[in-house]
Write a protein that binds this ligand. Sequence first.
Ligand code: IPE
Ligand code: IPE
Ligand code: MG
Length: 246
Amino acid sequence: MILEEQINKDNLPKHLAIIMDGNGRWAKQQGMIRAFGHEKGTKSVRETVECCAKLGIENLTLYAFSTENWNRPKLEVDTLMNLLIKSLKKELKTLQKNEIRLNSIGNLSLLPTSAHKELLEVINKTKENKRMTLTLALSYGSREELVSAIKTICDKVKNNIISPESIDETIINQHLYTHNLPDVDLLIRTSGEHRISNFLLWQIAYAELFFTDVLWPDFREQHLYEAIISYQKRERRFGKTSEQIK
Ligand code: IPE
Ligand code: IPE
Ligand code: MG
């Protein structure tokens, strides 16, 4: 068992991102319908969010619904949207208690009005909280994010607001949904899948990756500790040699 004390608080990821995967398979293993897995997954969300705040992680980003997930059966999409509304209502007090600011990334205009409204309300109510920023990736796709950023930049060039020569990594960053977040340091994916599924492609350029077979509804504090310990044992060289880092 890993104890909280074993985690070096001076070397925490500044930005932790999680692809919460495996709800459907978890439900199937229990002989239940997929919705049951999504419902159970919300408990893992709450535990993970509270644990990150307690540890002192400043930014946590959770992949909750992708642009591709709109292609799931309507019943499942509706279930997920209703669960989102229910969770936002229920967890507002958890966010306030832990001084967590809610943020979101993605093409929110595609969300049902009621979900969009609830989301904006919680974002607004928690906007002064300073301990941790919790970002929900909803209707999020990294390629869609890049397309939308490029369109905005092109518009600014056309209207002489920026010159083509001035376009650099900083300008691109400023036009992403994640403009107010640092690069991802650690990316966790549950459920044994080893892929990125259109999540934060630009922002994970130098992230450390951690894959676990644990299905999201089974993801507990211990699994999070395990990922952070693994992260803290790694040498992040950013292209340099090991000698240059030491
Ligand atoms: C993750 O679990 C939740 C969402 C993608 C919304 P899945 O629903 O993808 O579960 P599996 O991968 O089918 O087991
Ligand atoms: C990725 O999970 C999206 C979220 C966790 C919200 P998926 O289950 O949709 O990913 P793929 O399609 O299996 O790669
Ligand atoms: Mg999945």
